[in-house]
Design a protein around this ligand. Structure first.
Ligand code: SAM
Length: 203
């Protein structure tokens, strides 16, 4: 199956409570993926043997379940496992918009909960490694006045699984919580590609 990377390098930046919250989201991620008709091959990269994420994952799953999960867990970096040109680091702070889901790419999601004190952390990481980046086309499809466009890891996997299966943003972005936006822009089929706005919202 298509690989999907979760970059586990962020635990040293986080308080214990945040590590716990991230791992709760990762348990959901694995669950959604396992139940999907066409799952990703999940890779948890940069997972440090003595680190906070590993400790919490083993604690939550139990040692036996953890050992038997259908997830590739590795200390290695994504850049050491996949060709650099295949990797796309997903980050809300990217200037590039992900317009179509590419089945030959390896998308990377940063394993962290949102924190106001360190915005742009995943973008900085991607830049340092000279990786391509992309953000989800939230502004292009959803009426979004303000508020953070950073989604949680469970929302990300549900969006990506739907995209992989259907290629349709309208379906995938149903997984963005409704409280975050005021609905979809009306889409005009077959014009200008995804994200074309028929009418801008009147305020
Ligand atoms: N401020 C954090 C950062 O440094 O990006 C936000 C992290 S967000 C809670 C967790 C991960 O979900 C991000 O690293 C990114 O991979 C993914 N993500 C969340 N919202 C996204 C969006 N709108 N577009 C692309 N990726 C997104």
């Amino acid at each position: 199956g298509q690989p999907l990377v979760f970059d586990m390098s962020y635990d040293q930046h986080m308080a214990r409570r945040e590590v716990e919250n991230t791992v709760s989201q990762l348990l959901e991620v694995e669950g959604w993926n396992r139940r999907a008709p066409d799952p990703f091959h999940l890779h948890y990269c940069n997972l440090q043997p003595g680190g906070g994420y590993r400790r919490e994952l083993v604690k939550r799953y139990g040692a036996e379940t953890w050992e038997n999960l259908l997830v590739t867990c590795t200390e290695k970096q994504h850049v050491d496992l996949f060709p650099r040109e295949d990797l796309v680091y997903l980050t809300a702070d990217s200037r590039n918009i992900l317009r179509t889901f590419d089945h030959s790419k390896v998308y990377v999601v940063g394993s962290m909960v949102d924190r106001s004190i360190q915005p742009g952390l995943s973008l900085a990481n991607a830049k340092r490694l000279k990786l391509n980046t992309a953000r989800l086309p939230l502004d292009e499809f959803l009426q979004w006045d303000c508020g953070a466009k950073n989604l949680t890891l469970d929302q990300m996997i549900r969006i990506l699984l739907t995209l992989k299966e259907t290629g349709r943003w309208e379906e995938a972005l149903e997984h963005v919580p409704k409280r975050k936006h005021d609905g979809f822009y009306r889409q005009v089929p077959d014009r200008d590609g995804p994200g074309h706005r028929d009418s801008d919202r009147t305020r």
